[in-house]
Design a protein around this ligand. Structure first.
Ligand SMILES: *Cc1c(COP(=O)(O)O)cnc(C)c1O
Length: 470
């Protein structure tokens, strides 16, 4: 045990050193996957290795391949950092090594999920009676919400999908926006509904679902078992579907409404952005991430359902050796997610929420949005640079001249290392995509990033001129 104590102190120092220097690090790693693998590759030794040698090799080989995505100038995808309280809680979670399947395995893991879940529902404007499953992320939560919807809409037409599966079942229609997240399609494949179950609703100019078109589609086949998959937070533009319109159109025909709000659901926790998700509480299921905008360390997501009995029936199982599996029991843990043995994710979420408080969460969301607007304003002042979307949340789409120049800037900026941002193809056009999601990002970080975009653009223009004279 002496060895472990000493090693944990050392590891604590390594982690603290890493995190302290994050703001000054070259954001992209110095080595790629193949180079890191090469530096490690050898036969698995026959004999054991000492604790110190394992940790030494792990640290020295991994560090050059780490992306500083937890730092303040990482703007790729939608990636949060991890505030100190959540890091500490997650380290304890590893040390305690609890299995969060049920109360018999870890009363504390379940109780912290209960309380964190209650806080989450309050912050996100969801019904207090909704059930909560702690998932691996948005993909997991989308799968859970859609599974609950699949069960319910089939039950409404007299089909028990849990017992009889989908062979011979009435066809389920999933009505979703053209700019839904790709994880929705994967969830539908996994659930056996298939991509062809999707009836696609065109997007408005901002990327949100055209809810007039939704209403027409739903009314055309009012009796078909239907799930409407709506979105809060378009991954390119940040736009949110009009959830009041979605939920009232769905109510007319008794359709299930699932909301993919992996990051956008957090708009509800901030008075300044709450209006974007008005109507949120009237849906049937919701998916949200902890590891994106709440900045809980990976991995962390939440599946909420307005109908706990449906949620449980779609997910739970019982077995003779599981104690307390009787009617009227308290559901939780493994009953609301597809995993059985599972990490105790409630601790880190609880810690992040307690450390921030209600106002701290609102401030995190408000500040990210304000920094995104600040970035958009500064970017617009650069030559050749145009912000393409209306910056309603934390997402910014940027055109630099044309597609070729934009791609060239993307590569140059990633190599420069001041910041990291990626590109996307939105409506056929190659654009830079900036997502401001990290709790530690400051105005200064935005200024340094915009300067880096300006430098990369100048360099890209010079490179192009050089090539054309050759
Ligand atoms: C990120 C994202 C997802 C997937 O979430 P993961 O946590 O990566 O599984 C789903 N939908 C939207 C809108 C997202 O932004």
């Amino acid at each position: 045990m002496g060895d472990l104590r000493e090693m944990l102190h050392r590891v604590a120092d390594l982690i603290a050193d890493y995190r302290e220097t994050l703001p000054d690090q070259h954001v992209a790693p110095s080595l790629g996957r193949a180079a890191v693998r090469e530096s490690l590759a050898r036969e698995l030794p026959d004999g054991p290795a000492s604790l110190a040698s394992v940790v030494d090799e792990l640290v020295s080989r991994a560090m050059p391949g780490l992306m500083a995505s937890a730092g303040p100038r990482y703007f790729g995808f939608v990636i949060g950092g991890s505030p100190d309280a959540a890091v500490a809680a997650d380290l304890l979670t590893v040390g305690w090594d609890q299995c969060a399947y049920n109360e018999a395995l870890s009363p504390a893991a379940l109780a912290f999920e209960d309380v964190a879940g209650t806080w989450l529902k309050e912050l996100l404007g969801l019904p207090a009676s909704a059930s909560v499953g702690f998932t691996t992320g948005g993909q997991g939560a989308n799968t859970v919400g859609l599974a609950a919807g699949r069960w319910k809409v089939l039950e409404q037409v007299g089909w028990d999908v849990g017992r009889d599966g989908l062979g011979g079942a009435p066809r389920v229609r999933v009505v979703a926006g053209a700019e839904r997240h790709a994880t929705i399609d994967r969830s539908l494949r996994l659930l056996g509904l298939g991509e062809s179950a999707i009836t696609e609703i065109p997007a408005l100019a901002n990327g949100a679902m055209d809810t007039d078109a939704l209403q027409v589609v739903l009314r055309r086949q009012p009796d078909m078992p239907t799930i409407v998959s709506a979105q809060a937070g378009n991954v390119n533009t940040g736009a949110c579907d009009d959830l009041n319109a979605v939920t009232s159109a769905a109510a007319e025909v008794g359709a299930w409404v699932h909301v993919d709000g992996a990051f956008g659901l957090w708009a509800a926790a901030n008075p300044g952005t709450k209006h974007l998700v008005a109507g949120i509480g009237a849906a049937d299921s919701w998916a949200c991430d902890g590891h994106k905008w709440l900045n809980v360390p990976y991995d962390s997501g939440f599946a909420f359902c307005a109908h706990p009995d449906v949620h449980a029936i779609a997910m739970e199982y019982t077995a003779s050796y599981l104690t307390g599996q009787v009617a009227g029991r308290m559901f939780g843990g493994g009953d609301f997610v597809p995993e059985s043995s599972r990490r105790a994710r409630g601790f880190a979420t609880w810690a992040a929420l307690l450390a921030l408080g209600r106002f701290g969460v609102a401030d995190l969301i408000e500040r990210s949005c304000a920094l995104a607007r600040y970035a958009a304003m500064l970017l617009e002042r650069l030559d050749d640079v145009e912000v393409v979307n209306e910056v309603v949340l934390n997402q910014i789409l940027v055109r630099v001249g044309d597609a070729e120049l934009t791609s060239s800037v993307e590569q140059l900026i990633q190599a420069d290392g001041t910041c990291w941002l990626g590109a996307t193809t939105w409506r056929g056009e190659r654009l830079l995509r900036i997502s401001v999601s990290n709790w530690s990002t400051t105005e200064r970080d935005i200024e340094l990033t915009v300067d880096a975009v300006g430098r990369a653009r100048a360099e890209a223009v010079a490179l192009r001129a050089e090539e054309s004279t050759r």
